[in-house]
Design a protein around this ligand. Structure first.
Ligand SMILES: [Zn+2]
Length: 270
């Protein structure tokens, strides 16, 4: 099964994707920012356009009110203040969407794909599923608050590599670290440790991880657990370490760990 999603609700989804998806009768989801689409009508789909595609089989879901870097704390912001700000951004956006389109599923795509265990817990408490931007096949092993997605736009708009991704298989990961993508500024080469629930069907000898263009050979801590450490400093801001292992029946088992490394001031680029 493949799920097609678009973040941001740009007008070009209505112009370019909507006619093709309607022709093929493919369902899809569009994650929107209510504040932004009302403030910038030339860039984003209007509520009326969203109603049109909703009636034709799209699902309109939540990308936050303002597309903020949600996990980035403000100076002197208490935990309670941060939680209230998150509620304002996530729950008020859902109310705006439901008011315009009738009750929609509580699916939230993290702006910039940035999440943290604290934000995952809030989403879970509020009954949301969370969609991230690290890659991998969605499976029973994916946390429902950090669902992986493969990018297919920009430099990833390549049908050959997309075909490999669409045919990917999940990696049966039960536990991994760091669970919080936000590492400290000084953690230039964070070690990623991954614990598997089984290895059947996977050619673990050929398991490799990728950090940027570097290929990382895993160190097997035990039969079911491996670790990798980047050979070079990870970039400032968002990056990923992707791990793949050939399946004995073709295709790749795929697992990705999201990382965010802030600058010394706690910020990072959009
Ligand atoms: Zn976005």
């Amino acid at each position: 099964t493949v799920v097609i999603t678009f973040d941001d609700g740009y007008d070009n989804v209505f112009e370019n994707a909507h006619p093709i998806l309607t022709e093929y009768d493919y369902p899809y989801a569009v994650f929107v920012n209510p504040d932004l689409l009302e403030a910038h009508p030339s860039a984003y789909m209007s509520w009326q356009e969203l109603k049109t595609i909703d009636a034709e089989g799209a699902t309109i879901v939540n990308h936050g009110q303002t597309h903020a870097h949600l996990i980035r704390r403000k100076d002197n912001e208490s935990e309670a203040q941060w939680q209230a700000r998150m509620k304002q951004d996530v729950v008020s956006a859902q109310q705006a969407i439901d008011a315009q389109l009738g009750e929609q599923p509580k699916y939230f795509a993290y702006p910039y794909g940035e999440y943290s265990p604290a934000l995952e817990k809030l989403l879970k408490d509020w009954g949301f599923k969370g969609f991230a931007q690290h890659s991998g096949a969605w499976s029973q092993w994916s946390p429902t608050t950090a669902i992986p997605r493969f990018p297919a736009s920009g430099r990833y708009a390549n049908l050959e590599t997309l075909a490999v991704k669409l045919n990917s298989l999940p990696m049966p990961v039960t536990h991994y670290t760091p669970a919080d993508p936000l590492v400290s500024h000084s953690e230039t080469r964070p070690t990623v440790t991954v614990e598997l629930s089984k290895t059947e069907g996977m050619n673990t000898n050929a398991l490799r991880c990728f950090a940027g263009s570097d290929v990382l050979e895993p160190h097997w801590d035990s039969e079911m657990q491996f670790s990798v450490t980047p050979k070079n400093d990870i970039p400032m801001g968002r990056s990923r370490i992707n791990c793949t292992a050939p399946s004995t029946s073709g295709g790749y088992h795929w697992f990705s760990v999201a990382l965010i490394r802030p600058d010394s001031q706690g910020n990072w680029p959009d």
